[in-house]
Ligand binder design. Structure first.
Ligand code: 9MR
Length: 756
């Protein structure tokens, strides 16, 4: 509803608008003199409505007629923080009885509501007590809609109060967490060491760092921050960076509370790098997971090899019928493809080229960093890095794992001679969702190829070009296949612009991965083709892209599967030795300035997050968005050698590993309390004791401000942004695992294991 305020608002003689209604009485109270007992208040009344003080109330005389919004009273000047919960209270009476709509809304077009409640007001006053979550940062107002009645009436209000509230979700989901929130997996001896303490004390608190024997090894005073809108509570920060000690079993105490134990100087990123890479091996489709290379707990039959009850993926046709027509119009195909292999995307059995391309590229980027930095001495380039069947085959393990996906991506390309030849199918998945649990080999649903898309084709071209570069010295034949396929795809995508993956509300057995702009994928493809071939034409193409000079990194997430320009920019910065000097300088400067902006965000955040949530709170897969941001900081460190960037990545991991309002590490197997029920059809221990839990090194998606699944809708209503997470296997909106989430986890772990 668009609500227009009359241009001229009449103030009753008894009512004087004060300049700043935020100069309020009680602590945190946003309504000045809501008890109407002092000399001034902030309320106005619209044309025709008169207001007067009456025995410590504000009474409004409202003429009959009009629409509800034609007769108003209200208070302007509210500044709300998106995501923060607020509590609105007032007492309300109406003589004669009738409805009053109470709104907190934008103070201007389109008057969008933070809260909207209609109350049947009676002659005897009743209390309104409403908790709501602010949706945006625009100036807001508290408004009463009083019109639309058959008779004149008098509405009186009293005890009007608006305060920031710690919402129910925070209380229920954080009760198990200590008030002293630390990186439970451990700090670097010479790295930043900070903790976040939940406390509304106005003064600094004393803190102590206590070792495993109970001895105080460092102490200091906290810095009070006040209410943190993301956490929904007031916090302090303790900085014990100067304590250059080493060992297991440290604790931090402050304000009478004690943290979980944590190590210092024994950082676990080497182990995490191995776990995060080996996680991909366990995601493999089309191969049995055997105790020969994997923990026996994860043993399972090969999935989707066409053995009953599976129907795929060795002989898959294109989606047809009504769903295909509704999504893709006249598109059809009369070939069938063997698209076996690759990785399952996430907790479902779908395989999506857009996430596959970026994920495989990020694995390869960690390898390429290992070559560029440290002359290949890093374990990241070794043949004994992961737990995978090709271990010891003289090919670096990362490339073995990458090849598993690249071979699948190659199969997704439309064959020569067919319509859209050279384009790449956007995805292959079941034609209807399966339930949980469901081992890959047990999936009985038919599989179908979806229409090729321009974005998937460019994404594939980029990843394949990158693979061609990295396999050149290892397997020339494979590198040649990749290179040819990348060139073919690139040409096909240019010839078929605007073939976008549509949105279908996920109703067809797989994720949509809809994307209506392939420009960023085109920029990435041109970039990788340039880096691989050195051909000026690809550089010119990249430079013609609107993404060439634009600011591609956002604090909500530097890049993701749908927005890959940030990754392309990092690639150019890291490996663009062949760029003309001025271009190189510009590309480097853009990465460094984005990293600087991320440090500013981090410095202001009491949890050390390298992330700023958007208007809707944390995004789907917010944990991975932070990790992507850390890859920008890591790149800036590689480009400048400045220790601040390395420190920022180290501290950025604190939030992921337990320094968050839930006191929970989002990586299975890391920290004292960690996510262990991630949404997966086969790591489904929560549903079936005979199935394994997610393997160590599994990243949970993380808080998601949009409550998507039924568990989140039921359990997380009113959650503070940082608390919109639940470790439940059915909460796919907050707790899924995914290849494009574990890929940056691997890349960041690898960076932190190696960077000094
Ligand atoms: O994380 C993905 C999000 O960015 C997309 O908007 C959404 C719809 O395409 O899909 C999300 O990814 C899920 C996918 O749909 C199915 N596999 C699991 C993915 C992670 O939750």
């Amino acid at each position: 509803m668009a609500l227009r305020l009359p241009a001229c608002l009449l103030f009753s003689t008894a009512i004087v608008a004060i300049a700043s209604p935020l100069l309020a009485a009680g602590p945190g109270e946003m309504v000045a003199d809501g008890g109407f007992s002092e000399g001034s208040d902030a309320f106005w009344a619209s044309d025709g409505v008169t207001a007067r003080r009456d025995d410590g109330r504000l009474c409004l005389t409202v003429p009959a007629g009009g629409e509800p919004w034609d007769r108003l009273a209200g208070m302007n000047g509210l500044r709300l923080t998106p995501g923060q919960s607020y509590r609105l209270g007032l007492s309300l009476s109406s003589r004669p009885a009738g409805p009053v709509t109470v709104r907190v809304q934008r103070d201007g077009e389109p008057y969008s509501a933070h809260a909207d409640e209609t109350i049947e007001a009676k002659p005897v006053a009743s209390t309104v007590d409403k908790t709501f979550r602010a949706v945006e940062r625009q100036p807001a107002q508290l408004l009463l809609q009083l019109g639309g009645q058959d008779l004149d009436r008098t509405v009186c209000i009293d005890d009007v109060s608006l305060t920031a509230a710690a919402p129910a979700g925070t209380v229920t989901t954080s009760t198990t967490a200590s008030a002293v929130l630390v990186n439970q997996s451990g700090y670097f001896r010479d790295g930043p060491k900070r903790a976040t303490i939940v406390s509304d004390a106005a003064e600094p608190l004393d803190f102590q760092l206590v070792d495993a024997d109970g001895a105080v090894v460092a102490e200091g005073r906290t810095r009070p921050v006040g209410l943190d809108p993301n956490a929904g509570v007031a916090v302090h920060v303790a900085d014990f960076s100067d304590a250059e000690v080493r060992g297991e079993g440290f604790r931090l105490t402050a304000g009478g509370a004690t943290s979980e134990t944590f190590p210092i100087g024994l950082a676990t990123y080497g182990r995490l790098r191995v776990d995060a890479l080996s996680w991909f091996t366990l995601q493999r489709s089309g191969i049995a997971i055997e105790p020969g290379f994997a923990d026996p707990a994860y043993q399972r039959a090969a999935g989707h090899l066409g053995l009953s009850p599976n129907e795929g993926d060795t002989d898959v046709g294109c989606l047809d019928g009504a769903v295909a027509r509704s999504l893709y119009g006249d598109w059809r195909c009369d070939y069938r493809l063997d698209v076996s292999g690759g990785w399952y995307d996430a907790g479902d059995h779908g395989k999506y080229v857009v996430t596959g391309a970026l994920s495989v590229a990020q694995l390869m980027s960690a390898y390429e960093r290992g070559i560029a930095h440290g002359g290949g001495a890093s374990p990241v380039v070794s043949d004994t890095l992961g737990r995978l069947p090709e271990n010891g085959n003289s090919v670096p393990d990362i490339l073995d794992e990458a090849r598993w996906e690249l071979e699948f991506l190659l199969k997704m390309q439309v064959p020569d001679g067919a319509p859209l030849a050279g384009m790449v199918h956007h995805k292959v998945h079941d034609t209807a969702w399966t339930g949980l649990p469901m081992l890959p080999a047990d999936d009985p649903k038919p599989r179908a190829l979806h229409r090729p898309s321009t974005a998937a084709t460019y994404g594939f071209a980029a990843a394949a070009a990158m693979g061609a570069r990295l396999f050149a010295d290892i397997d020339a034949d494979f590198a040649g296949r990749l290179r040819q396929a990348a060139l073919t795809a690139h040409a096909a995508a240019i010839a078929n612009p605007g073939l976008n993956a549509p949105s279908s509300d996920g109703m067809q057995g797989g994720g949509d991965y809809s994307d209506d702009n392939a420009g960023d994928e085109a920029y990435w493809a041109a970039t990788e083709l340039f880096l691989t071939t050195g051909e000026a034409g690809f550089l010119e193409e990249a430079k013609r892209s609107p993404f060439w000079g634009s600011a591609v990194f956002a604090p909500q997430g530097a890049y993701d599967w749908a927005n890959v320009a940030g990754f392309a920019r990092l690639q150019l910065a890291a490996h663009g030795e062949q760029l003309p000097a001025a271009d190189r300088r510009a590309v480097t400067a853009s990465v460094v300035s984005a990293a600087r902006a991320m440090i500013e965000v981090q410095d202001l955040d009491p949890f050390g997050q390298v992330y700023r949530p958007g208007a809707d709170g944390y995004s789907w897969g917010s944990n991975h968005a932070m990790l992507q941001n850390m890859t920008v900081l890591a790149a800036a460190y590689d480009l400048t050698g400045q220790a601040g960037y390395l420190a920022a990545v180290r501290e950025g991991m604190d939030y992921i590993l337990g320094r968050n309002i839930l006191g929970l590490s989002y990586i299975t197997g890391y920290g004292a309390h960690y996510s262990q029920n991630q949404h997966s059809r086969w790591y489904a221990r929560q549903l079936d004791d005979d199935l394994p839990p997610p393997p160590p090194g599994t990243l949970a998606g993380g808080p998601n401000g949009t409550l998507l699944d039924d568990v989140a809708k039921e359990k997380l209503q009113g959650c503070a942004p940082q608390a919109c997470y639940i470790d439940d296997i059915m909460s796919w909106g907050t707790n899924e695992m995914a290849i494009n989430w574990n890929a940056p986890l691997f890349a960041v772990a690898s960076f932190l294991a190696d960077a000094r």
